[in-house]
Design a protein around this ligand. Structure first.
Ligand SMILES: Nc1ncnc2c1ncn2[C@@H]1O[C@H](COP(=O)(O)OP(=O)(O)O)[C@@H](O)[C@H]1O
Ligand SMILES: N[C@@H](CC(=O)OP(=O)(O)O)C(=O)O
Length: 464
């Protein structure tokens, strides 16, 4: 083992890469084999962060909400077991690994029952959600060992320290840096470390989760803590596209992006990256690569501080299922402190506000499910409404989609807004936010109009 701390700092001649593989990349044995190829092909890949196999977290999330119907619980648990056994049938793990997997599956059943019978505590849902990632790291480490790669399955909870907000825990980067130096760094000279994304532990070592899609965030936190030379996000598309290719078939991969652009894309709905992922990478000045596990030879996308090209319009994003909250109060007129009170109420409900427009007596705002405690429509609870109604009239509109044009100098390029509005033509725009950032121009439309608007804007701004 290397005991000289100076030699453990990654440099150009001693590079350290963190590779993260998402749910589709670890979905079955063939997919895991592709991950192993990528890891073996680059000896600088020392830390591998994995998500749960595709479909597992969705089922665990359903169980973690508390399913009282025993047959339904068993159905979901059996489906999860089939996914894992589909892998082990071909992997043929050692008896120890098999026993560990059995324990994990038994834990899933135990936690699900505790939650359904309301016998768990606040941390039980997160302990359950974490099991999907635990299965993946166990099995990928085993596959690597079978292929003569020294690999260990490392518990991310040893390093990813968070607060105790179960379901949406906030990481503690300084503490994570210290714990990584103590527990993770010493392992790196001897083995490829395979660990779990999405999960961490609070100060009392209770398992927490970072919010859906949080494995990217974990990988970036590991990269920052270890001062990695690069972070690789391996997924099912060959890079970040000009728009979600599932929504706009003519979208194409973007060779390079700035952190600011990628962050805007992630925030405004490009599901390919968790919105918080880029913060630790950017803080640590670590370039991020996004590539396709099935086609690793493809160019992918590099996210860096600076890029050579700076087009006015780089990409489009969409976030469906948006909620618009409009509050109206005559007391707002020439009053001070109304907005402060409004935001204090939203903060108490752990709701993060997204877009905001104001008039003399009303404020319209969209709620950000990604930065908030809960998700989607559940953000607007009866308690929130009744608290707000003490101060103002409240209207809630749902079924909206937020579309964002992402690029550079959008606030100082005159023709962008005029072209956009003429392209959209007859579609009703419910709200516009333009001016706060030179990197985005966003607006709300009816969800049913979103696909057509996206395709039209893509043709107008990004094709030809
Ligand atoms: N701008 C975009 N570029 C590429 N993919 C996008 C974009 N916006 C959304 N996506 C979607 O993100 C998906 C990958 O994210 P995700 O399913 O979370 O992967 P993983 O399971 O690997 O984490 C792609 O299949 C694609 O449909
Ligand atoms: N498995 C978790 C964490 C995650 O990031 O998954 P993926 O990398 O497949 O998006 C989820 O589904 O939310």
């Amino acid at each position: 083992m290397n005991t000289n701390p100076a030699s453990s700092i990654p440099t150009e001649s001693n590079p350290l890469i963190i590779a993260k593989f998402g749910g589709t990349s670890v979905a079955d044995y063939a997919a895991l084999t592709r991950c192993a190829h990528i890891i073996e092909n680059n000896p600088a890949t020392r830390v591998v962060v994995v998500s749960a196999a595709a479909g597992v977290t969705n089922r665990l999330a359903a169980l973690s909400a508390g399913i009282t119907d025993v047959a339904e619980r068993e159905r979901l648990l059996t489906e999860i077991m089939h996914i894992q056994h589909g892998i082990t049938r071909e992997l043929q793990p050692s008896p120890d690994v098999n026993a560990q997997l059995r324990d994990y599956l038994a834990d899933m059943a135990r936690f699900s029952t505790l939650i359904a019978e309301q016998k768990g505590d606040g941390g039980t849902p997160d302990a359950l959600l974490a099991m999907g990632e635990r299965c993946s790291s166990l099995l990928l480490a085993e596959l690597l060992r079978q292929r003569e790669v020294r690999a260990i399955d490392f518990d991310a909870c040893q390093v990813i320290r968070t607060d105790s907000h179960f379901g949406h825990a906030e990481p503690r980067p300084k503490r994570i840096g210290m714990l990584a130096a103590e527990y993770l760094q010493p392992e790196l000279d001897d083995a490829v470390v395979v660990t779990q994304g999405f999960i961490g532990a609070d100060a009392a070592m209770r398992t927490t989760t970072l919010g859906r899609g949080g494995s990217d965030y974990s990988a970036a936190l590991f990269a920052e803590a270890l001062q990695a030379t690069a972070l690789e996000i391996w997924t099912d598309v060959d890079g970040i596209y000009t728009c979600d290719p599932r929504q706009v078939p003519t979208a194409r991969p973007i060779p390079e992006l700035t952190f600011a652009e990628a962050a805007e894309m992630a925030t405004f709905g490009a599901k390919i990256l968790h919105p918080a992922t880029l913060l630790p990478a950017q803080r640590g000045k670590i370039p991020v690569f996004v590539g396709c596990t099935r086609e690793p030879e493809k160019a992918g996308t590099w996210i860096r501080n600076h890029t050579e090209s700076r087009p006015v319009c780089r990409a489009l994003s969409v976030r469906r299922g948006q909620t618009l909250l409009t509050v109206r109060s005559l007391n707002m007129l020439h009053a001070r402190g109304f907005l402060a009170e409004l935001f204090a109420i939203l903060a108490r409900h752990r709701i993060s506000v997204d877009l905001i427009t104001t008039s003399e007596v009303s404020v319209a705002l969209t709620l950000d499910p990604t930065g908030s405690h809960s998700s989607g429509r559940r953000l607007v609870t009866p308690q929130l409404i009744s608290e707000l109604e003490k101060h103002c009239d409240v209207a809630v509109e749902e079924g909206l989609a937020l579309i964002a044009v992402i690029g550079h100098q959008l606030t100082s390029t005159p023709e962008v807004a005029s072209r956009l509005f003429s392209m959209i033509g007859a579609r009703n725009i419910r709200m516009v936010s333009h001016g706060a950032s030179p990197n985005n121009l966003c607006f709300l439309v009816q969800e049913d109009d979103a696909s057509e608007v996206l395709q039209t804007l893509h043709r107008g701004f990004l094709e030809g």
